[in-house]
Design a protein around this ligand. Sequence first.
Ligand code: PRX
Length: 656
Amino acid sequence: MSSQIDHLLNETRRFAPSPAFAAEAVGTAELYERAAADREGFWADQARDLLHWHTPFTEVLDWSNPPFARWFADGELNVAYNCLDRHVESGIGDRAALLWEGENGDERRVTYAELTDEVKRLANVLTGLGIGTGDRVAIYLPMIPEAVAAMLACARVGAIHSVVFGGFSADSLRSRIDDAGARLVITADGGYRKGKVSPLKPAVDLALADRNGLGAQETVEHVLVVARGGNAVDWTEGRDLWWHDVVPAASAEHEAQPFPAENPLYILYTSGTTGKPKGILHTSGGYLTQATFTNKVVHDIHPETDVYWCTADIGWVTGHSYVVYGPLANGATQVLYEGTPDTPHPGRWWEIVEKYGVTVLYTAPTAIRSFMKIGRAVPQKFDLSSLRLLGSVGEPINPEAWMWYRGVIGAESAPIVDTWWQTETGAIMISALPGVTETKPGSAQVALPGISVDVVDEDGKHVGNGNGGLLVITEPWPSMLRGIWGDPERFKETYWEKFAAQGYYFAGDGARLDDDGDVWLLGRVDDVMNVSGHRLSTAEIESALVGNDAVAEAAVVGASDETTGQAVVAFVIVKESYLAEHSPEGLAGTLRLWVGEQIGPIARPRDIYIVGELPKTRSGKIMRRLLRDVAEGREVGDTTTLADTSVMSIISAQVK
Ligand code: PRX
């Protein structure tokens, strides 16, 4: 990793914004000065300028009980009102909020007035079902306008949504419903993916069923179902409700009530180093302030003219902050696409850019790399001249992919913003400001105005320019996580204990500073993998593998992969009885499918090696770094702390 970054640091290409872009840019260099002079005052100004407060706040940051921050705590607002009603009231109700494209070619143009109407009706339905302040609602939907409406309706009534990515299995859904104690699940019969209907309701039924005598999932009272796929579904009378029966019939009169700024807005589960996903908790006022501000200045949103497209699914934090909350609070017009990039043809995304005249595109390096693989001839068939700004998020973008993105998609002129942030940070933290920053391919560059980061050594000391270390956030920020749902101790341990003396937030990423002090991200420092921009924990996949009857022990590592950034590689010890009866190839195939069923296709290992031993320290900890060497075809590193030093040569031989 370190030598790779040394190589990156020799990257000398620089791209200054064009004077024409700079002249029209929303973000200005002056923002840095204002924020540096008075950080809290700066955020207070953003909160006042960008949002409507039913009750104006007088307090900015309350950090009297760290690490539990409170921002704008005596203010009151309604998040949905900020994303919807106020735009209608200010006369832009006819503006398109969503330009929705179904994978099968269906289209819907949803204006701000229409979306407001739908959310008001749904809010009345939620209230009718007894859902109110603080209740949890699980959302398991495809990328359809109803998904956006569902999130906003929860926000409108003060309920807490927990969106579960539609690609997750029934088991993953169940554990998330259980952890949050959800009372309502909002789902669809199915949605279009890869040219066919991928069912969702059956996974909900399975998640809520009484399986293996474990008892039925008990907190859920109702399941609200959108008809999208047209596939047949089982129906539980009294529990299940069709959206089309109840939402249009509900009243479109609904006045948004104010809630305190620290009212919880959502829980979003993300992987940690132990098997159990962490429910990251975000609240309202500070979160919306930073999501809205960053969308405006980093994505350079001009709401009257831009057609913005963030390709993330609403199941990830990027879909929360940069499909739902930021852009809608800014009154932007955006594309929402249901399906996969290559269905029904490999140019589908570029066809959408041409069709809607997309001006700002925000996507992930993994997507860019897969387009690079297909070749430039595909995007070049389409008119991409509307694109004026490109963004990247989710993992480090290698300079080649950056240059390809700029050259082929951005016609050698669109600035690229490489944005670093996390589910926990809630909004972008490190990024160039388009129109201000001279960009460098491969670097996320600088902390945004009002954000303070550093790269430090193990003792929390600044490493200095030209050196590598651990990325920390040194001051509280408005959209920071407020905790882990139901587990305040884990929140402190995971993020705050390492640099308790300094009071820094530990992001879990390695980084280096170049000679200008710009930040270059090095990836995760723990065992968490990053596959296609999504964090997956080794522990979660290992426990799925061991859950299969054939498996005695398993270790999983992330190995670098040209397309997905990292790929899951599993080393598995199979029980003797199974080895005798099955071929290693057959077992590997079965286990790949198994992991897909248990967690979701995204977690399916690229390679599974059936081995006889795993490398362990004397205390029994698996040394994944050695397995990573094998998975990436390198010479195996230092084995001196292994309990049995001969193990690695045996494994290497077995893998060959
Ligand atoms: O390792 C960093 C990587 O993704 C992690 C956060 O993952 P998640 O919470 O799933 O959120 C992804 C979308 C915000 C980070 O700890 N990461 C994210 N953006 C970048 C990145 N690594 C390098 N460069 C980025 N721009």
